[in-house]
Each structure stands twice: as structure tokens, then as C-alpha cells.
Design a protein around this ligand. Structure first.
Ligand SMILES: NC(=O)c1ccc[n+]([C@@H]2O[C@H](COP(=O)([O-])OP(=O)(O)OC[C@H]3O[C@@H](n4cnc5c(N)ncnc54)[C@H](OP(=O)(O)O)[C@@H]3O)[C@@H](O)[C@H]2O)c1
Length: 278
């Protein structure tokens, strides 16, 4: 029997890049899939590929993560449709070239890359715990090493350096993982995060320098399939650790500020306020 048969897995950002490769890897292992993306047509193409790759069932959910009400509606739909959630893979993200705001007036990198998955996780948490042993896998990035969190300026109003702002949103993914793992201790649900490596995808398509860099680097960097390997390992293999940062299939050392438990709690509380949760 396939390794993931009978498991229900949610993959966000499954309409392209590493997310599609992750969904395909899970499909090949026999998982039931719920895939999330912001574009219905791209999502349908990914779903068809997953069915052809062997997924017994594939549901699609079109959601724009820059709109928190859409994230709440997504959580409602998932809770209605999925009696259990064995794996939640938070993979969707973007990199911008210029500062943009969401309808709530939040800076878009932090909103899409951190606040949306934070809200989605919290709304799905009881179902994950009820499905234990379950896993949360957060796709972060080594870009978090570009600098520490600036809790007085989550919305980057004091100047916008694209990679620094993206890096802080990925740092938020790691700090969120640290605090989530702490809160989930003893529940049978693990939460880990990872750097997928430098991967040839459309990430940064809105950033001219990013596009140029990826074009030049393409022959030397990972394919999306290779970039999905650590995510698939954390989703499927018997990983018992929790709250860790992985790269190349192993726990990876990171900056002290990415593991700071006080900052992790502060970000958790501030995020709850920003998304309107108690
Ligand atoms: N590529 C790398 O070298 C690299 C390195 C380190 C970390 N990562 C991380 O890997 C993950 C996957 O990125 P990728 O490289 O595969 O990039 P990608 O090909 O651009 O995929 C990103 C996914 O997120 C979705 N997305 C973007 N904005 C969204 C929004 N507002 N609402 C809902 N979904 C949205 C995209 O949807 P569309 O299909 O509609 O665009 C796409 O499915 C990200 O978390 C990224 O930070 C990537």
C-alpha cells in the first residue's frame, strides 16, 4: 500500500512551483488531496495532474490569501468537506517588487506569507488535533537570515526593501512554527518548517531582479520536484521532532533570532490581534 493512502493532505500554493510538485508527490503516494490556489484555471490543471498521478480524490479551493475573509471562508469549507486533516502544508507565498497593501491595509508579503497561513492554521487546529497523529509543514526560506523581526513595523511602513520584507515574512513562518509546536506538545500533532533550497519556480515573478536572477541561475538550481523533497519527507516519514527548521532532509541550524521563544510568543499574540482572533 502507498505510504500516504488514507491520509488527507492540504497543500496551499499548489497551483505552481514547489506546491504543485508537492501535491504530485503526495498523489503518487496515494493521498487524498485538498489543494488551494488563487487561480481557478491553474488549480484545475494541477488537480488533473494529481488525479493522473494516482490521488484517489482531489478537491480544489480557490482562495486569495491577501483577503482574510476568503481565508476564513476557506477554513469553513475545509472543515465541512474534510472529516479529518492528517497533513497541512502551508506553502503559498509571494515576493513583490514594490510595497502593496491588502484590503485590510496590511503589507501584502506579511499578509499572504504569514497572516493568512497563521489564521488558516488556527481555524483548522481542532480538526488537526482530532486527527492526530497529524502534521503541520510550513515552507519557510533561508531568506529569513536577511534580518531579525521588526515587531514595531510588521507592515514595513518605514521603508520597503523587497527581499528584506520577504525574508521577515519567512522568519515569521519559522517563529510561528516554534510557538505552534510548543502549544501542540502532547497532542500528537507536530509542526516543522523548512527551506526547500533554491528552486526554479515562478516565485518573484513580480520582481524584475528576482526574475533575472532566477533566469541566470536556472541551470544550477533545483527543479520543483527536488525542491519538494523535504516537504514530502516531513509530510510522510516518521518524523517525531517538532518545532524544527529543516533543509535537505535534515534539521538545519538557524539564526538564534529565528528560534527566540519570546519573539515567537509576541508574534503569535500580535498576529492574533491583526487577524481578529482572541
Ligand atoms: N523558489 C525558491 O527558490 C524558494 C526558496 C525558498 C523558499 N521558497 C518557498 O517555497 C514556497 C513555494 O514557492 P515557489 O517557489 O513554488 O513559488 P511559486 O511557483 O510562485 O508558487 C507560489 C504559490 O503560492 C500561490 N500564491 C501566491 N500568492 C497568493 C495569494 N495571494 N493567495 C493564494 N495563493 C497565492 C501561487 O499561486 P499562483 O499559481 O496563482 O501564482 C503559487 O501557487 C514559498 O513558501 C516560498 O517562500 C521558495
Amino acid at each position: 500500500m502507498s505510504q500516504m493512502a488514507g491520509k488527507t493532505c492540504i497543500v496551499t500554493g499548489a497551483s505552481s512551483g514547489i506546491g504543485t510538485a508537492t501535491a504530485l508527490g503526495l498523489a503518487e503516494r496515494g493521498a487524498d488531496l485538498a489543494i488551494v490556489g488563487r487561480d481557478a484555471a491553474r488549480l484545475d490543471v494541477a488537480a488533473e495532474r494529481c488525479r493522473n498521478a494516482g490521488a484517489p480524490s482531489v478537491r480544489t479551493y480557490r482562495t486569495d490569501f491577501s483577503v482574510l475573509d476568503e481565508v476564513r471562508a476557506l477554513a469553513d469549507e475545509l472543515l465541512t468537506d474534510l472529516p479529518r486533516i492528517d497533513v497541512l502544508i502551508n506553502n503559498a507565498a509571494l515576493v513583490l517588487q514594490h510595497r502593496q497593501e491588502t484590503p485590510h491595509g496590511y503589507e501584502k508579503d506579511i499578509a499572504v506569507n504569514h497572516l493568512a497561513p497563521y489564521l488558516l492554521n488556527l481555524l483548522l487546529l481542532d480538526r488537526l488535533v482530532a486527527s492526530a497523529p497529524a502534521r503541520v509543514v510550513n515552507v519557510a526560506s533561508d531568506a529569513h537570515t536577511f534580518g531579525p523581526m521588526e515587531p514595531d513595523d510588521y507592515m514595513s511602513t518605514r521603508g520597503y526593501k523587497p527581499m528584506k520584507v520577504y525574508g521577515r515574512s519567512k522568519l515569521a513562518n519559522i517563529l510561528f512554527t516554534v510557538e505552534l509546536a510548543r502549544r501542540l506538545e502532547g497532542t500528537g500533532v507536530t509542526a516543522n518548517c523548512l527551506h526547500p533550497g533554491l528552486v526554479s519556480t515562478g516565485l518573484g515573478r513580480d520582481n524584475k531582479l528576482g526574475v533575472l536572477f532566477l533566469k541566470l541561475a536556472r541551470p544550477f538550481i533545483k527543479s520543483p520536484t527536488d525542491g519538494a523533497e523535504t516537504t514530502l519527507l516531513l509530510a510522510g516519514d516518521p518524523v517525531t521532532v517538532s518545532g524544527e527548521y529543516f533543509a535537505d532532509g535534515k534539521v538545519h541550524r538557524t539564526k538564534d533570532y529565528a528560534k527566540d521563544p519570546l519573539m515567537a510568543v509576541r508574534l503569535w499574540d500580535d498576529s492574533a490581534q491583526l487577524v481578529g482572533l482572541d
